[in-house]
Write a protein that binds this ligand. Structure first.
Ligand code: GAL
Length: 430
């Protein structure tokens, strides 16, 4: 078809379906800002989009690429400043409180849905409190990710002569040496600040245990931040960096995951959204790949709860408010919770489902995750992920990111100096 006849077709189709008629078909629309753009993440978010559309609403996709979401957060802030926020945005952890205090999030929109669907009964208080502002729900939590995972390609391990997953840092280094000697990338990684700090927090957890992790990265205790255990964590971090591909700068996390999936690399330290890439590549947990807690962290669970916050809209935008409410209702529904988490690599946020994962059709990684989540909640092993916006303000997180990334990129950096720098950078950002 040439250009003129293509245009003619468009014009005649347009006269058959005038815009007003198309718009009238939609009950309202909702724009969703998020950063789920990898193959596996997109498959997951498409489940939500499809359900919202099935319910008669229009989904406007506000995807902003960039793992970990810092670019999405920058875009969101500038849109809010310009007076043009979306209806819904992916916002997490303490940042929800900061957005709540600006008055831009709606404390009314979710009231009826939360009551009718019994959110208070479905969610653990820890989760519910994260998404409430001054007692009202301002966001809907969609899933729980565990961050402290190590992903392994067992076929690569076999080729390198490694017969089991490492459970201690020593075993991890021994496996890394064998992988290197056999010509593989030992540890796939993308050199971006949030990925560097994902590795860093795993190492802090391994070296200092959940209590030390909490003191340092949640309570931001100055003595712990600058102390000898933190210096030891930096020493181990330096060793681990030596097992990464030297060409890692700027690489996206899903490209690093693809190196492990494709057999170029043996391992990746990443939260369980990495599983979404394995799932999208049709690989099976326990057979094609292994998920184990990062060595030394099996009694701990660093959590990362994805949630979608709801912005205040003018009262006359009734259809769009209904769209926000529909999305929130769908997001906590059992069907969605299951399909979304299976695609995303996470576990559901509903306690009834967490308590009965075998009946829900989840794989071995997800079942282990749910079991550990419930067990670690009782022991203090359950800790919020610093690298994924769950533990501190974004200002403090940014200060930690800078120290960690500079340390990892400077092969002469001194671990004791780095811990002193960490303490002062955190203090300055508080
Ligand atoms: C995390 C987010 C996950 C995943 C990951 C990579 O912060 O919670 O859902 O998308 O970033 O982008």
């Amino acid at each position: 078809m040439n250009a003129i006849s293509r245009l003619a077709t468009v014009i005649s189709l347009a006269s058959l379906f005038p815009l007003s008629a198309l718009a009238a078909d939609s009950k309202g629309s909702v724009e969703v800002v998020h950063w789920w753009t990898s193959g596996g993440e997109k498959a997951a978010v498409d489940v939500l989009k499809a359900q919202v559309e099935k319910d008669g609403f229009t989904w406007k996709d506000g995807a902003v690429a960039g793992g970990g979401g810092s670019t999405a957060m920058t875009v969101l802030k500038s849109r809010a400043v310009a007076g043009n926020p979306p209806g819904v945005a992916q916002i997490k952890g303490p940042d929800i409180q900061e957005w709540g205090s600006t008055g831009l999030l709606s404390t009314d929109t979710l009231k009826d849905v939360a009551k009718a669907e019994n959110w208070d009964g479905l969610l653990s208080p820890k989760v519910a409190n994260t998404v409430k502002y001054e007692g009202d729900y301002v966001a809907v939590p969609v899933n729980i990710h565990r961050v402290n995972w190590l992903w392994i390609n067992p076929a690569v391990f076999k080729k390198a002569g490694i017969d089991k997953a490492p459970t201690t840092l020593e075993e991890f280094y021994a496996a890394g040496d064998k992988l290197k000697a056999a010509g593989f990338i030992a540890l796939a990684h993308g050199g971006q600040p949030w990925q560097d700090s994902t590795v860093f927090e795993d190492v802090v957890l391994s070296v200092m245990g959940p209590e030390g992790y909490k003191k340092a990265l949640v309570d931001l205790d100055q003595k712990t931040l600058s102390g000898p255990e933190m210096a030891k964590a930096f020493t181990e971090l330096k060793k681990i960096t030596g097992y990464m591909d030297p060409n890692r700068a700027g690489r996206d996390w899903n490209i690093a995951a693809a190196d492990v999936i494709g057999g170029k690399a043996g391992m990746q330290m990443m939260g369980d959204w990495a599983k979404s890439e394995w799932t999208a590549a049709k690989k099976v947990a326990g057979k094609d790949y292994q998920c184990v807690p990062f060595p030394g962290t099996d009694k701990a669970f660093t959590y990362n709860i994805d949630s979608l916050a709801v912005f205040k809209l003018k009262a006359d935008r009734k259809g769009d408010i209904a769209a926000q409410q529909d999305l929130a209702k769908v997001a906590l529904g059992k069907d969605f919770q299951k399909v979304f988490s299976i695609n995303k690599g996470s576990i559901p946020v509903r306690t009834d489902m967490l308590n009965d994962m075998s009946a829900e059709g989840f794989d071995s990684c997800a079942q282990a995750s749910a079991k550990d989540f419930l067990a670690d909640e009782k022991t203090g092993g359950l800790q919020p992920s610093m690298a994924h916006n769950m533990a501190t303000s974004l200002a403090v997180q940014g200060a930690i990111f800078d120290v960690v990334t500079n340390f990892m990129n400077d092969k002469d950096a001194d671990p004791a100096k780095a811990s002193a720098q960490l303490a002062s950078a955190v203090k300055a950002a508080q």
